[in-house]
Design a binder for this molecule. Structure first.
Ligand SMILES: Nc1ncnc2c1ncn2[C@@H]1O[C@H](COP(=O)(O)OP(=O)(O)O)[C@@H](O)[C@H]1O
Ligand SMILES: [Mg+2]
Length: 371
């Protein structure tokens, strides 16, 4: 799939801007603070309804305006889809072919993007929440059902935690009510686990090969860390293990007033052989491990969706030395739409530049660069 057009209205530092993209490489070049990341972010939001910049997301509206709009035309095989998101202080609305879509799950599986960002190092260095968030976003793009399981799980989790807190305060226990909640929590929780496991297994089918080609080092893998120690993938047995865990830790859960086991505690780490990269790898190795992860996703998306995702590369060339840069480019299939931002065209190989569409970004305006 590829985005043939993107339009933004009163979005961040853009008043009104419209860009026609090509289906291969698109490069946005400009000095710092001109709006390069903003435009890439707008494409990400159009696809996923939220920003990749955590903690910076409540600032979409151009200063002084009550709402903003992002619109895009997506081509996928024979189909043409109009996507639109309208954001105001109070709410977000999404539209597919001008029809409002109320089920976010069915909207966010329409347009698939993979973002490469300078803040990606947090995927290794940061908190487990960042890694769970990454998994959730990527899996949601592939399987709308996952979004439903996740939403239901989070709802039950919230109610259950409140109930545990009440139990710790007033001491009474309606064990029947708790049992019902446990059944539901375990049911959704096991599904989430299976999706995550499948996803990380698919990553592991690719990641070591890619990393070895770029870094000349074997053995990169991702390791799923789950608080439940399932012994196999048999659903009924997994549920039994999960239920048992809840039952045998009830006292602790009541005293802490929260659910201590389940996918909301999941994590994964990057390892080379047996070594966790967080503690043993250089920053450069970590960066390339994450890039290898994201490159692995390209073929997962192609296989699972029958269509290529759109790659968004935010200023990542400046972080890599020239030889790594070239190897990375070598891994991006030619037929995948790629949207790159950079401050300097020197960062980009001639070979790629020749087949790219280049745009100049300056103070919230975008112009196509013609030679
Ligand atoms: N809500 C907003 N309204 C107006 N300007 C904004 C808003 N949010 C961010 N900006 C401006 O956008 C610019 C940063 O754009 P960005 O895309 O991050 O730059 P870069 O080109 O370096 O990637 C800054 O000048 C910032 O002040
Ligand atoms: Mg930027």
């Amino acid at each position: 799939m590829y985005l043939s057009k993107i339009e933004v209205h009163h979005y961040r530092n853009y008043s009104k801007e419209k860009v026609t993209l090509c289906d291969k490489v698109n490069i946005f070049i400009g000095d710092n603070a001109q709006g390069k990341t903003n435009i890439l972010e707008s494409i990400y939001i159009l696809a996923l309804t939220k920003s990749h910049r955590v903690g910076f997301e409540n600032n979409f509206l151009q200063h002084g305006y009550p709402s903003c709009r992002i619109y895009g035309l997506l081509r996928d095989h024979q189909s043409l889809k109009e996507l639109e998101i309208q954001i105001s202080e109070e709410k977000k609305k999404v539209f597919l072919n001008q029809k409002e879509i109320r089920k976010i799950a069915s909207y966010i599986s329409q347009m698939n993007v993979i973002m490469f960002s300078p803040t990606d190092l947090d995927i290794i260095k940061g908190s487990p929440q960042i890694r769970r968030n990454l998994l959730n976003i990527e899996i949601s793009q592939l399987y709308p059902l996952y979004v439903n399981y996740l939403n239901e799980y989070n709802k039950i989790l919230k109610t259950r935690n409140e109930y545990l807190r009440q139990m710790s305060i007033n001491g009474n226990t309606d064990s029947r009510y708790l049992e019902i909640m446990n059944e539901k929590l375990v049911d959704r929780g096991v599904q989430i686990f299976l999706y995550r496991k499948k996803y990380l297994d698919m990553i592991n089918d690719q990641i070591s090969n890619i990393y070895e080609k770029i870094m000349n080092k074997k053995g990169l893998r991702v390791v799923y860390q789950n608080s439940l120690d399932f012994e196999n993938d048999e659903i009924e047995q997994m549920k039994a293990v999960f239920l048992h865990k809840l039952a045998s830790n009830l006292k602790r859960e009541i005293s802490q007033g929260m659910t201590l086991y389940g996918p909301h505690r999941d994590d994964f780490f990057f390892a080379i052989g047996e070594e966790n990269m967080k503690y043993y790898a250089s920053q450069g190795q970590q960066r390339l491990a994450i890039i290898s992860f994201k490159l692995s996703e390209v073929s997962i998306f192609q296989k699972e969706k029958g269509s290529s995702p759109i790659l968004l590369l935010d200023d990542i060339f400046s972080e890599l030395d020239i030889s790594k840069r070239n190897q990375l480019i070598h891994y991006i299939p030619e037929d995948v739409q790629t949207i790159i931002t950079t401050t300097d065209l020197k960062n980009i190989q001639k070979k790629i530049l020749n087949r790219a569409k280049v745009f100049l970004v300056k103070d919230g305006t975008i112009q196509e660069k013609v030679e």
